[in-house]
Write a protein that binds this ligand. Structure first.
Ligand SMILES: [Zn+2]
Length: 291
């Protein structure tokens, strides 16, 4: 499942190809993903110019010049690729969006040939992805967004905020830092990595970790930023048939390393299951303390 760094990488890879472009046609090859496509999606998208893109939690947002935002989510297996207009749809290509270079931009680029049309293709074998339309002015109040906690890389996510959130929760710290009501975008992989760096056992009750809020904030920011940075190296692969945008292999300290030696103390990395998700940690560096 793509986590926040992968989604951010997709956004950064796609943005130069789509911003300033006009949506000429939208071709949908089914009527729904996780939820039905909005009924008026053609009417809203076709003819609109994509003025900018943004990300909120794991939602990718295309801002249109008609005041609407086209909201997308990659779900478990979704991806966007840029293809030539001659692209023959593959199985699981559910939405094909033909983009033209904006006429205004063509006029500005006097000496260069007009950019060819391209296809933005949404491919999602497991169909847990999502597309929705919301007015730009109403996005923050929309039900997909109105309960979301702060972004981990924003100033709203800081020591005082996290300490307050942790102090009132007894559930295991691993589950709390993955809770979208506390902070968005910290998925299973990066929660394990954060706790390893912070030397906190994943089963520690959250309220006992409130005194480590500053370190947790720093480590959450670091593991996500480093992953985004390493994802940048995959961007050159973004354009092209069958290119796999942004799902990169990262070198993890604990995630997926059960039985392998800890990078700090060489003890074997352990695995437990919490809330149905695998947690990886070093039993020696991350002791479960009584207090
Ligand atoms: Zn260790």
């Amino acid at each position: 499942m793509p986590e926040l760094p992968e989604v951010e990488t997709v956004l950064r890879g796609m943005t130069p190809h789509v911003v300033g472009k006009t949506i000429q046609t939208l071709s949908l090859r089914r009527t729904d993903l996780r939820i039905p496509f909005p009924t008026d999606m053609h009417k809203t998208l076709e003819g609109a110019v994509i003025t900018r893109t943004s990300r909120r939690a794991k939602y990718l947002v295309f801002h249109l010049d008609n005041g609407w935002n086209w909201i997308t989510h990659l779900g478990m297996s979704g991806r966007f690729t840029i293809e030539p207009v001659t692209h023959e749809p593959l199985k699981h290509d559910h939405a094909l969006i033909e983009l033209t270079a904006n006429p205004v931009r063509e006029q500005l680029a006097e000496c260069t040939a007009a950019e060819p049309n391209i296809l933005l293709v949404f491919h999602d074998p497991r169909r847990f992805g999502l597309m929705e339309l919301v007015k730009d002015s109403e996005q923050a109040q929309h039900k997909l967004f109105n309960k979301l906690a702060p972004e981990p890389l924003s100033n709203q996510f800081n020591e005082a905020y996290l300490a307050e959130q942790l102090a009132k929760r007894k559930a295991p710290i691993k589950q709390i830092i993955m809770d979208n009501h506390v902070v968005v975008g910290v998925g299973n992989i990066y929660a394990s990595e954060t706790l390893y760096r912070s030397r906190i056992h994943p089963a520690t009750p959250a309220l006992k970790t409130a005194k480590h809020a500053s370190e947790l904030v720093g480590n959450i920011r670091d593991v996500l930023s480093e992953a985004i940075e390493s994802g940048g190296s995959t961007l050159r692969d973004f354009v092209g048939a069958g290119s796999n945008a942004g799902y990169f292999q990262h070198n993890f300290d604990v995630y997926g390393r059960e039985g392998e030696p800890c990078n700090r103390c060489t003890s074997p990395i352990q695995k437990i299951v919490q809330g149905g998700r695998a947690s990886f940690f070093c039993g020696k560096c991350q002791k479960l303390k009584a207090n």
